[in-house]
Design a protein around this ligand. Structure first.
Ligand SMILES: *Cc1c(COP(=O)(O)O)cnc(C)c1O
Length: 387
Protein backbone atom coordinates (compact mmCIF):
# COMPACT_ATOMS: atom_id res chain seq x y z
CA UNK A 1 0.00 0.00 0.00
CA UNK A 2 1.18 3.52 -0.69
CA UNK A 3 -0.25 5.52 2.23
CA UNK A 4 0.33 8.92 0.63
CA UNK A 5 -1.85 8.32 -2.40
CA UNK A 6 -5.35 9.79 -2.21
CA UNK A 7 -7.95 7.09 -1.69
CA UNK A 8 -9.41 5.47 -4.82
CA UNK A 9 -7.86 7.76 -7.40
CA UNK A 10 -9.67 5.92 -10.14
CA UNK A 11 -12.97 6.85 -8.55
CA UNK A 12 -12.28 10.56 -8.78
CA UNK A 13 -11.31 10.00 -12.41
CA UNK A 14 -14.49 8.12 -13.16
CA UNK A 15 -16.55 10.62 -11.16
CA UNK A 16 -15.05 13.42 -13.25
CA UNK A 17 -15.87 11.62 -16.51
CA UNK A 18 -19.39 10.72 -15.38
CA UNK A 19 -20.14 14.27 -14.34
CA UNK A 20 -18.86 15.71 -17.62
CA UNK A 21 -20.88 13.17 -19.56
CA UNK A 22 -24.04 13.98 -17.62
CA UNK A 23 -23.58 17.63 -18.59
CA UNK A 24 -23.20 16.70 -22.25
CA UNK A 25 -26.21 14.41 -22.09
CA UNK A 26 -28.36 17.14 -20.54
CA UNK A 27 -27.40 19.53 -23.34
CA UNK A 28 -28.06 16.90 -26.05
CA UNK A 29 -24.35 17.12 -26.90
CA UNK A 30 -23.21 13.64 -25.94
CA UNK A 31 -21.86 11.70 -28.89
CA UNK A 32 -21.96 7.97 -29.44
CA UNK A 33 -20.21 5.63 -31.82
CA UNK A 34 -22.53 3.53 -33.95
CA UNK A 35 -21.06 0.58 -35.81
CA UNK A 36 -21.87 1.23 -39.46
CA UNK A 37 -20.97 -1.07 -42.33
CA UNK A 38 -20.67 1.02 -45.49
CA UNK A 39 -21.26 -0.74 -48.76
CA UNK A 40 -21.30 0.28 -52.40
CA UNK A 41 -24.08 2.48 -53.78
CA UNK A 42 -24.22 4.72 -50.69
CA UNK A 43 -25.56 1.87 -48.59
CA UNK A 44 -24.88 1.81 -44.87
CA UNK A 45 -25.95 -0.90 -42.46
CA UNK A 46 -26.63 0.08 -38.87
CA UNK A 47 -28.22 -2.05 -36.17
CA UNK A 48 -29.18 -4.66 -38.76
CA UNK A 49 -30.98 -2.11 -40.98
CA UNK A 50 -29.95 -1.08 -44.44
CA UNK A 51 -29.96 2.70 -44.92
CA UNK A 52 -29.14 5.07 -47.76
CA UNK A 53 -26.33 7.25 -46.48
CA UNK A 54 -26.32 10.99 -47.05
CA UNK A 55 -23.56 11.43 -44.49
CA UNK A 56 -20.44 10.09 -46.21
CA UNK A 57 -17.75 12.31 -47.70
CA UNK A 58 -16.88 9.66 -50.25
CA UNK A 59 -18.50 11.93 -52.86
CA UNK A 60 -17.72 9.78 -55.87
CA UNK A 61 -18.25 6.38 -54.26
CA UNK A 62 -14.60 5.58 -54.94
CA UNK A 63 -14.02 3.76 -51.63
CA UNK A 64 -15.88 0.82 -53.17
CA UNK A 65 -14.74 1.22 -56.77
CA UNK A 66 -13.35 -2.17 -57.89
CA UNK A 67 -10.37 -0.45 -59.59
CA UNK A 68 -9.46 1.35 -56.36
CA UNK A 69 -9.85 -1.82 -54.33
CA UNK A 70 -7.67 -3.75 -56.79
CA UNK A 71 -4.91 -1.12 -56.60
CA UNK A 72 -5.02 -1.22 -52.81
CA UNK A 73 -4.94 -5.04 -52.70
CA UNK A 74 -1.95 -5.17 -55.02
CA UNK A 75 -0.06 -2.73 -52.81
CA UNK A 76 -1.16 -4.57 -49.69
CA UNK A 77 0.22 -7.85 -50.99
CA UNK A 78 3.42 -6.34 -52.28
CA UNK A 79 4.31 -3.96 -49.44
CA UNK A 80 2.41 -5.31 -46.42
CA UNK A 81 -0.21 -3.86 -44.13
CA UNK A 82 1.74 -1.05 -42.50
CA UNK A 83 4.56 1.33 -43.39
CA UNK A 84 6.83 0.09 -40.62
CA UNK A 85 8.44 3.44 -39.79
CA UNK A 86 8.32 7.19 -40.32
CA UNK A 87 8.56 8.20 -43.97
CA UNK A 88 12.00 9.67 -43.17
CA UNK A 89 13.23 6.25 -42.05
CA UNK A 90 11.89 3.31 -44.08
CA UNK A 91 8.20 4.17 -44.32
CA UNK A 92 8.36 6.01 -47.66
CA UNK A 93 6.94 3.29 -49.88
CA UNK A 94 6.91 3.55 -53.71
CA UNK A 95 3.15 4.28 -53.94
CA UNK A 96 3.68 7.41 -51.82
CA UNK A 97 6.18 8.89 -54.26
CA UNK A 98 3.89 8.15 -57.21
CA UNK A 99 0.90 9.66 -55.41
CA UNK A 100 2.81 12.85 -54.55
CA UNK A 101 3.85 13.34 -58.14
CA UNK A 102 0.26 12.93 -59.29
CA UNK A 103 -1.18 15.23 -56.61
CA UNK A 104 1.31 17.97 -57.47
CA UNK A 105 0.43 17.68 -61.14
CA UNK A 106 -3.30 17.72 -60.38
CA UNK A 107 -2.91 20.95 -58.40
CA UNK A 108 -0.46 22.56 -60.81
CA UNK A 109 2.24 22.70 -58.13
CA UNK A 110 5.91 21.78 -58.11
CA UNK A 111 5.63 19.25 -55.34
CA UNK A 112 3.43 17.52 -52.78
CA UNK A 113 3.83 15.92 -49.38
CA UNK A 114 1.54 13.19 -48.06
CA UNK A 115 0.73 13.08 -44.34
CA UNK A 116 -1.00 10.45 -42.22
CA UNK A 117 -4.30 12.36 -42.38
CA UNK A 118 -5.67 15.78 -43.24
CA UNK A 119 -5.79 16.57 -39.55
CA UNK A 120 -2.11 15.70 -39.19
CA UNK A 121 -1.26 17.80 -42.24
CA UNK A 122 -2.86 20.86 -40.68
CA UNK A 123 -1.16 20.20 -37.35
CA UNK A 124 2.19 20.19 -39.13
CA UNK A 125 1.96 22.93 -41.74
CA UNK A 126 1.33 26.17 -39.80
CA UNK A 127 3.89 25.49 -37.02
CA UNK A 128 6.58 24.84 -39.64
CA UNK A 129 5.92 28.19 -41.35
CA UNK A 130 5.01 30.67 -38.62
CA UNK A 131 5.58 31.12 -34.89
CA UNK A 132 5.91 33.77 -32.23
CA UNK A 133 6.04 37.24 -33.73
CA UNK A 134 3.97 36.10 -36.70
CA UNK A 135 0.29 36.48 -37.53
CA UNK A 136 -2.40 33.97 -38.52
CA UNK A 137 -5.77 35.15 -39.83
CA UNK A 138 -8.34 32.38 -39.91
CA UNK A 139 -11.91 32.16 -41.15
CA UNK A 140 -14.27 31.78 -38.22
CA UNK A 141 -15.76 28.60 -39.72
CA UNK A 142 -12.39 26.97 -40.37
CA UNK A 143 -12.03 23.29 -39.52
CA UNK A 144 -10.97 22.31 -36.02
CA UNK A 145 -7.55 21.12 -37.23
CA UNK A 146 -6.77 24.51 -38.83
CA UNK A 147 -7.33 26.07 -35.41
CA UNK A 148 -5.28 23.36 -33.71
CA UNK A 149 -2.34 23.94 -36.06
CA UNK A 150 -2.60 27.69 -35.55
CA UNK A 151 -2.53 27.25 -31.77
CA UNK A 152 0.47 24.95 -31.94
CA UNK A 153 2.38 27.49 -34.04
CA UNK A 154 2.40 30.11 -31.28
CA UNK A 155 1.61 32.87 -33.80
CA UNK A 156 -0.91 35.57 -32.88
CA UNK A 157 -4.14 34.09 -34.24
CA UNK A 158 -7.13 36.30 -35.11
CA UNK A 159 -10.42 35.15 -36.58
CA UNK A 160 -12.24 36.97 -39.31
CA UNK A 161 -16.00 36.58 -39.76
CA UNK A 162 -16.88 33.85 -42.22
CA UNK A 163 -15.93 34.86 -45.77
CA UNK A 164 -15.76 38.51 -44.69
CA UNK A 165 -13.14 39.98 -47.02
CA UNK A 166 -13.62 43.51 -45.65
CA UNK A 167 -12.80 42.37 -42.14
CA UNK A 168 -9.82 40.40 -43.39
CA UNK A 169 -8.57 43.55 -45.15
CA UNK A 170 -9.04 45.59 -41.98
CA UNK A 171 -7.13 43.06 -39.88
CA UNK A 172 -4.28 42.98 -42.36
CA UNK A 173 -4.13 46.77 -42.44
CA UNK A 174 -4.07 46.88 -38.64
CA UNK A 175 -1.85 43.94 -37.77
CA UNK A 176 0.36 43.06 -40.71
CA UNK A 177 2.97 45.72 -40.00
CA UNK A 178 3.79 44.35 -36.55
CA UNK A 179 4.18 40.76 -37.74
CA UNK A 180 7.22 39.22 -39.41
CA UNK A 181 5.21 36.74 -41.43
CA UNK A 182 1.48 36.33 -41.99
CA UNK A 183 -0.59 33.29 -42.90
CA UNK A 184 -4.26 33.23 -43.96
CA UNK A 185 -6.20 30.01 -43.36
CA UNK A 186 -9.43 29.25 -45.19
CA UNK A 187 -11.29 26.46 -47.02
CA UNK A 188 -12.29 26.08 -50.65
CA UNK A 189 -15.59 24.44 -49.62
CA UNK A 190 -16.65 24.83 -45.99
CA UNK A 191 -17.24 21.47 -44.43
CA UNK A 192 -20.45 22.13 -42.49
CA UNK A 193 -22.04 24.82 -44.68
CA UNK A 194 -21.07 23.72 -48.15
CA UNK A 195 -20.38 27.30 -49.29
CA UNK A 196 -17.12 28.50 -50.80
CA UNK A 197 -14.45 31.01 -49.87
CA UNK A 198 -14.09 34.13 -52.09
CA UNK A 199 -10.59 33.04 -53.11
CA UNK A 200 -9.85 35.61 -55.84
CA UNK A 201 -10.44 38.43 -53.32
CA UNK A 202 -8.53 36.71 -50.53
CA UNK A 203 -5.56 35.90 -52.76
CA UNK A 204 -5.45 39.48 -54.04
CA UNK A 205 -5.37 40.80 -50.47
CA UNK A 206 -2.72 38.26 -49.54
CA UNK A 207 -0.62 39.51 -52.43
CA UNK A 208 -1.03 43.14 -51.43
CA UNK A 209 0.00 42.46 -47.82
CA UNK A 210 2.60 39.75 -48.45
CA UNK A 211 0.58 37.20 -46.54
CA UNK A 212 0.66 33.49 -47.40
CA UNK A 213 -2.60 31.68 -48.04
CA UNK A 214 -3.42 28.10 -47.17
CA UNK A 215 -6.58 26.69 -48.69
CA UNK A 216 -8.00 23.55 -47.11
CA UNK A 217 -9.48 21.68 -50.06
CA UNK A 218 -10.81 18.68 -48.11
CA UNK A 219 -14.29 18.98 -49.65
CA UNK A 220 -13.42 20.54 -52.98
CA UNK A 221 -10.97 18.22 -54.70
CA UNK A 222 -12.56 16.56 -57.67
CA UNK A 223 -16.12 17.75 -57.04
CA UNK A 224 -16.11 21.54 -57.53
CA UNK A 225 -14.35 23.74 -60.07
CA UNK A 226 -11.18 24.71 -58.22
CA UNK A 227 -10.83 28.25 -59.57
CA UNK A 228 -7.69 30.02 -58.45
CA UNK A 229 -5.09 27.99 -56.54
CA UNK A 230 -3.41 29.21 -53.37
CA UNK A 231 0.33 28.90 -52.71
CA UNK A 232 -0.49 26.28 -50.06
CA UNK A 233 -3.13 23.77 -51.13
CA UNK A 234 -3.80 21.13 -48.51
CA UNK A 235 -6.43 18.44 -48.44
CA UNK A 236 -7.30 14.89 -47.61
CA UNK A 237 -7.21 11.52 -49.32
CA UNK A 238 -10.16 10.38 -47.22
CA UNK A 239 -13.10 12.17 -48.79
CA UNK A 240 -13.48 12.24 -52.58
CA UNK A 241 -10.46 9.98 -52.98
CA UNK A 242 -12.14 7.36 -50.81
CA UNK A 243 -8.97 6.31 -48.98
CA UNK A 244 -7.10 7.72 -45.98
CA UNK A 245 -4.35 10.30 -45.53
CA UNK A 246 -3.69 14.00 -46.07
CA UNK A 247 -1.50 16.15 -48.30
CA UNK A 248 0.00 19.54 -49.01
CA UNK A 249 0.78 20.75 -52.53
CA UNK A 250 3.13 23.74 -52.82
CA UNK A 251 6.44 24.90 -54.27
CA UNK A 252 9.44 22.60 -54.08
CA UNK A 253 11.08 24.84 -51.48
CA UNK A 254 8.05 24.75 -49.18
CA UNK A 255 7.63 20.99 -49.53
CA UNK A 256 11.34 20.43 -48.81
CA UNK A 257 11.11 22.61 -45.70
CA UNK A 258 8.01 20.78 -44.46
CA UNK A 259 9.68 17.42 -45.08
CA UNK A 260 12.32 18.43 -42.54
CA UNK A 261 10.20 20.47 -40.15
CA UNK A 262 6.58 19.30 -39.99
CA UNK A 263 6.50 17.33 -36.76
CA UNK A 264 3.31 15.52 -37.74
CA UNK A 265 5.26 14.09 -40.68
CA UNK A 266 8.64 13.49 -39.07
CA UNK A 267 7.54 11.82 -35.85
CA UNK A 268 4.76 9.57 -37.05
CA UNK A 269 4.63 6.40 -39.10
CA UNK A 270 4.13 6.72 -42.84
CA UNK A 271 0.75 6.11 -44.42
CA UNK A 272 0.04 2.41 -45.16
CA UNK A 273 1.15 1.77 -48.79
CA UNK A 274 -2.28 0.39 -49.70
CA UNK A 275 -3.94 3.67 -48.70
CA UNK A 276 -1.57 5.60 -50.97
CA UNK A 277 -2.15 3.20 -53.86
CA UNK A 278 -5.93 3.49 -53.44
CA UNK A 279 -5.77 7.31 -53.43
CA UNK A 280 -3.56 7.33 -56.52
CA UNK A 281 -5.98 5.14 -58.46
CA UNK A 282 -8.90 7.28 -57.26
CA UNK A 283 -7.18 10.46 -58.42
CA UNK A 284 -6.62 8.92 -61.85
CA UNK A 285 -10.33 8.12 -62.03
CA UNK A 286 -11.31 11.65 -60.94
CA UNK A 287 -9.22 13.07 -63.78
CA UNK A 288 -10.38 10.56 -66.36
CA UNK A 289 -14.13 10.72 -65.64
CA UNK A 290 -15.26 14.35 -65.32
CA UNK A 291 -18.97 13.48 -65.88
CA UNK A 292 -18.87 11.19 -62.85
CA UNK A 293 -17.17 13.93 -60.79
CA UNK A 294 -19.91 16.41 -61.73
CA UNK A 295 -22.74 14.21 -60.40
CA UNK A 296 -22.69 15.04 -56.65
CA UNK A 297 -23.10 18.78 -57.28
CA UNK A 298 -25.81 18.11 -59.84
CA UNK A 299 -27.73 15.98 -57.32
CA UNK A 300 -27.23 18.59 -54.59
CA UNK A 301 -28.76 21.19 -56.93
CA UNK A 302 -31.67 18.90 -57.69
CA UNK A 303 -32.26 18.62 -53.94
CA UNK A 304 -32.05 22.36 -53.20
CA UNK A 305 -34.33 23.12 -56.14
CA UNK A 306 -36.97 20.65 -54.94
CA UNK A 307 -36.96 22.12 -51.44
CA UNK A 308 -36.66 25.78 -52.41
CA UNK A 309 -33.32 26.08 -50.61
CA UNK A 310 -30.55 28.40 -51.88
CA UNK A 311 -28.85 26.70 -54.84
CA UNK A 312 -26.09 24.32 -53.74
CA UNK A 313 -22.53 25.37 -54.62
CA UNK A 314 -20.97 22.09 -53.50
CA UNK A 315 -22.15 18.54 -52.73
CA UNK A 316 -22.80 19.62 -49.11
CA UNK A 317 -26.20 21.08 -48.20
CA UNK A 318 -26.95 22.15 -44.62
CA UNK A 319 -30.52 21.96 -43.36
CA UNK A 320 -30.48 24.29 -40.37
CA UNK A 321 -32.52 23.09 -37.41
CA UNK A 322 -31.31 25.18 -34.45
CA UNK A 323 -31.47 23.21 -31.22
CA UNK A 324 -29.23 20.18 -30.85
CA UNK A 325 -32.13 18.09 -29.55
CA UNK A 326 -34.32 18.90 -32.55
CA UNK A 327 -31.50 18.02 -34.93
CA UNK A 328 -31.10 14.65 -33.22
CA UNK A 329 -34.85 14.02 -33.39
CA UNK A 330 -35.03 14.89 -37.08
CA UNK A 331 -32.06 12.65 -37.83
CA UNK A 332 -33.73 9.79 -35.93
CA UNK A 333 -36.99 10.32 -37.82
CA UNK A 334 -35.14 10.15 -41.14
CA UNK A 335 -33.29 7.04 -40.02
CA UNK A 336 -36.62 5.38 -39.28
CA UNK A 337 -37.47 6.03 -42.95
CA UNK A 338 -34.24 4.52 -44.19
CA UNK A 339 -32.04 7.63 -44.59
CA UNK A 340 -28.78 8.11 -42.71
CA UNK A 341 -28.35 11.87 -42.24
CA UNK A 342 -26.29 12.50 -39.14
CA UNK A 343 -27.06 15.54 -36.96
CA UNK A 344 -24.23 18.06 -36.60
CA UNK A 345 -24.16 19.79 -33.21
CA UNK A 346 -21.94 22.22 -31.30
CA UNK A 347 -19.04 22.56 -30.91
CA UNK A 348 -18.67 21.38 -34.52
CA UNK A 349 -21.05 24.25 -35.41
CA UNK A 350 -21.99 27.38 -33.45
CA UNK A 351 -24.54 27.04 -30.63
CA UNK A 352 -28.09 27.37 -31.94
CA UNK A 353 -27.10 26.25 -35.45
CA UNK A 354 -27.38 22.48 -35.11
CA UNK A 355 -28.26 21.01 -38.44
CA UNK A 356 -28.49 18.09 -40.74
CA UNK A 357 -25.60 18.07 -43.12
CA UNK A 358 -26.69 16.39 -46.31
CA UNK A 359 -23.82 15.12 -48.46
CA UNK A 360 -24.50 14.00 -52.02
CA UNK A 361 -22.59 11.32 -53.83
CA UNK A 362 -22.26 10.14 -57.40
CA UNK A 363 -23.41 6.82 -55.96
CA UNK A 364 -26.92 8.19 -55.26
CA UNK A 365 -29.61 8.04 -57.88
CA UNK A 366 -32.13 10.79 -58.52
CA UNK A 367 -34.99 8.78 -56.98
CA UNK A 368 -33.13 8.53 -53.67
CA UNK A 369 -32.50 12.27 -53.66
CA UNK A 370 -36.16 12.99 -54.38
CA UNK A 371 -37.29 10.59 -51.65
CA UNK A 372 -35.07 12.33 -49.09
CA UNK A 373 -36.37 15.75 -50.16
CA UNK A 374 -39.95 14.52 -49.78
CA UNK A 375 -39.28 13.09 -46.32
CA UNK A 376 -37.65 16.34 -45.18
CA UNK A 377 -40.47 18.47 -46.54
CA UNK A 378 -42.85 16.39 -44.46
CA UNK A 379 -40.77 16.12 -41.28
CA UNK A 380 -39.13 19.55 -41.11
CA UNK A 381 -41.25 22.11 -42.93
CA UNK A 382 -40.15 24.82 -40.47
CA UNK A 383 -36.42 24.35 -41.06
CA UNK A 384 -37.01 24.59 -44.78
CA UNK A 385 -39.10 27.73 -44.53
CA UNK A 386 -36.46 29.42 -42.39
CA UNK A 387 -33.78 28.80 -45.02
C1 LIG B 1 -12.14 16.22 -42.86
C2 LIG B 1 -11.43 17.49 -42.86
C3 LIG B 1 -10.09 17.56 -42.47
C4 LIG B 1 -9.36 16.39 -41.89
O1 LIG B 1 -9.06 15.43 -42.84
P1 LIG B 1 -8.85 13.92 -42.38
O2 LIG B 1 -8.07 13.31 -43.49
O3 LIG B 1 -10.19 13.33 -42.18
O4 LIG B 1 -8.07 13.96 -41.10
C5 LIG B 1 -9.44 18.77 -42.59
N1 LIG B 1 -10.09 19.88 -43.03
C6 LIG B 1 -11.37 19.85 -43.37
C7 LIG B 1 -12.02 21.09 -43.87
C8 LIG B 1 -12.09 18.67 -43.29
O5 LIG B 1 -13.39 18.65 -43.59
Amino acid sequence: MAPNLPPNPSNSLDAFAAEKLAGLEAAALRRRLAVTARGPEAAAERGGRRLVSFSCNDYLGLAHDPRVIAAASDALRRYGAGAGASRLVTGNSPPLAALEERLARHKGKEAALVFGSGYLANLGIAPALVGQGDLILIDDLGHSCLFAGARMSGALTLRFAHNDVAQLRALLAEQRGAARRALILTERVFSMDGDRAPLPEILALAGAYDAWTLVDDAHGLGVVEPGQRAPLEMGTLSKTLGSYGGYLCASRAVIDLLTSRARSLVYTTGLPPASAAAALKALEIVEAEPEHAARPLMLARRFTARLGLPEATSPIVPVLVGAAESALALSAALEARGFLVVAIRPPTVAPGTARLRVAFSAAHDAAQVDALAEALAELAPDSLRAA
